[in-house]
Design a protein around this ligand. Sequence first.
Ligand SMILES: C[S@@+](CC[C@H](N)C(=O)[O-])C[C@H]1O[C@@H](n2cnc3c(N)ncnc32)[C@H](O)[C@@H]1O
Length: 627
Amino acid sequence: MEKYMLERDGQIDFYHTFLPRVDPSLDIDEVLADNNDGVINGNLLEFKLHVTDLNAVLFQCIKYLSALRVKGKPVPANILIIDVNAATLWLYRSALYLSDIEKLYSGGASKDNSGFIGGDAETVLHYDRPLDAESIVTLLKECNYTKIHVDENCIVGWATAFYKSVPTARKEDFLGDDTGKHKTIGEIRKPVHFAQYIYPYTGQTNVKFHYLMDKLNDTLQKKNLGAFYTHQLYAEKSLELVRAAVARVPAGNDYIILDRCAGTGNLEAGLTDEELSHCIVSTVEYYEYKVLQELLGAKVRHIIPPIETAETFNAGLVTGADALSKEYIENPIIRQYIDNPECTIILFENPPYAETTSVEHQKKGIGAKSSSWKQSYVVAEMKKEVKGTASNDLGNAFIWSGFKYYLRQPTDSYIVYSPVKYWKAQHLIDKEFLGGFAFNRRHFHTNIDACIMVALWSNKAASIERIALQAFDIDEKDKCFIPCGVLDVRRIYTLYSKVYYDKRTENSDISGAVLLGYDGTPARDGVKTSLKPIYNQNIIGYMVIDGSNFDNPDLMSVLIRCGLYKGHGYYLRSDNYLEKLPMFCASRYITYNRAWTERARIMKSADGAAKYSQFIQNSGGGALNFC
Ligand SMILES: C[S@@+](CC[C@H](N)C(=O)[O-])C[C@H]1O[C@@H](n2cnc3c(N)ncnc32)[C@H](O)[C@@H]1O
């Protein structure tokens, strides 16, 4: 019998021996796709050099199966534990361990497994015996799976798997229930695609998944709804700002707290019943609306629309609840308060976030035209007043329309979540700042470390140059805040390109020089370009420093030998490079400082250009301004 020093060698030998008999088209990399020792059809395999504690290895396998369930992958019915030096295989059936599989485990699956008590193996096979080897081939061909229960720990994984296997499916096809007027029964309740893998979910409504509704959106909705839910701790913290706004309500006035994009009502969850009785909430996504009804419908003053009718469901959306539509702005339920001078208006919102011109957005192949909100009434109206890229931002459409259509008196307020850019760089609003916090975007169902501001604005005009935000990260393990000090946010006005780009031409410039791509190799023939490339002996490179933020530094800040086909830059010459190079270094700032407090807060500007020029003249060196 072969003796192995390395488990891996025994494992690979096993696969080379058995895979050709099971399915010659199977590739070892496919078998090993899930960070375990392998899955073949309905079998999870775990190899050991020597099995000393079968129960401990069994528990390790259970943890792997738990991970498969969470990822939305079928749970194999067979667990095969293999001792490569003893050529011995133990067969367990995973169905007997379902309750353990449906628990969550953290840390490495191979750690802390002693003490687990399982049952005996169903069969023990020795693969150096021909009959047993044949039985192993038969086992490896089995395609049986242990059905699992769908719960809040695994539903996102199964939703992802569902939309992947049925790309045309909508949220209702996955999540639909028997309540309300629209009765599509979804996959989780009546499994068809996953009939072999999951038990029907028996919850009557989707309220159990209320905090995951954004993650359960189908691909099309993810594109258009830009939904990133607020962490409970952040939602509760921002209630301090809401209460400060309520304290500003003039004596004798009624007030309303309006959230036009409430999702399932996370922001409102911590309000008292009295405060809720002033709330008006709505959301455009149908299944969010149903959960919102269920959780808050009886407590709030109004929900838009107030009741579900046969017309409410419209291709996954709620008729009359699109906050960017004219119909919504004219909604009489809300208008009665806006038109009442004795009512104070407080907006409290975490608007959807989608910036269609961002490089991240473009990279996903979901450019500007794919987003239906761009055709909305509010965006069309905003474009008449707001110029430039600010109107390409869904969040900005909410902020702009909040002030435009809802706030009227100086004592009205807007508590709004958004990256600071709308105030800092885009100057979308010039209002009085009454307080705010900086939160880490990572805790809004994303994996991006960046700064999100929640600010309390009064409706009073004011020109402010800087604001201070108390910053809080979250310790997910202990569910508590990590205070991160006070962050300074300063307004910026001028782009580097406006001031620092050297646009000189010289008589000795020769036109018709080469164009390069981002990687410095010649651009494709016939590529679309806005640059007329030139050559001169004194040209040492071409530099592009786009925009004011630090996103995608590899695309937004470029330094190459000849003209970049995309243009938007300038030629670096032997007489200007020393003065210009700091611009390139500064624009890489985020590459070296990835703290969440920096990204989307610190930006680059040429506002300190006069000081910089002076400094250069005096000392022949210096630093560029960024704040
Ligand atoms: C960032 S989420 C915030 C949800 C919730 N308020 C929270 O903070 O967790 C934005 C919400 O706006 C909804 N939404 C997106 N576009 C909308 C529109 N045009 N009108 C109304 N709601 C919209 C999304 O479905 C999503 O629930």
